[in-house]
Design a binder for this molecule. Sequence first.
Ligand SMILES: [Zn+2]
Ligand SMILES: [Zn+2]
Length: 81
Amino acid sequence: MLCPLCNGLQQLNERCPLCGHELEDEGRTSDWSGPYAPYTPDAVPLESGLSSSEAVCTHIAYCASCDYWCELSIATEATFR
Ligand SMILES: [Zn+2]
Ligand SMILES: [Zn+2]
């Protein structure tokens, strides 16, 4: 499956639920498994309406305005067909 964000085909188009600032894509959650990852599982994932982990690429999103971290489920190309 092809994630449009991972492949640079699409910009992250989500806004911070707290302040409305544009969220920055910080990469896939699988890339944040190291001991220095600032992300903690305590953050509440955004509901995107996508439930299947097979069809999404989970990214970490960061709001530079209010220092908010969250997970975003990005639909992969397979779901567009
Ligand atoms: Zn991705
Ligand atoms: Zn914010």
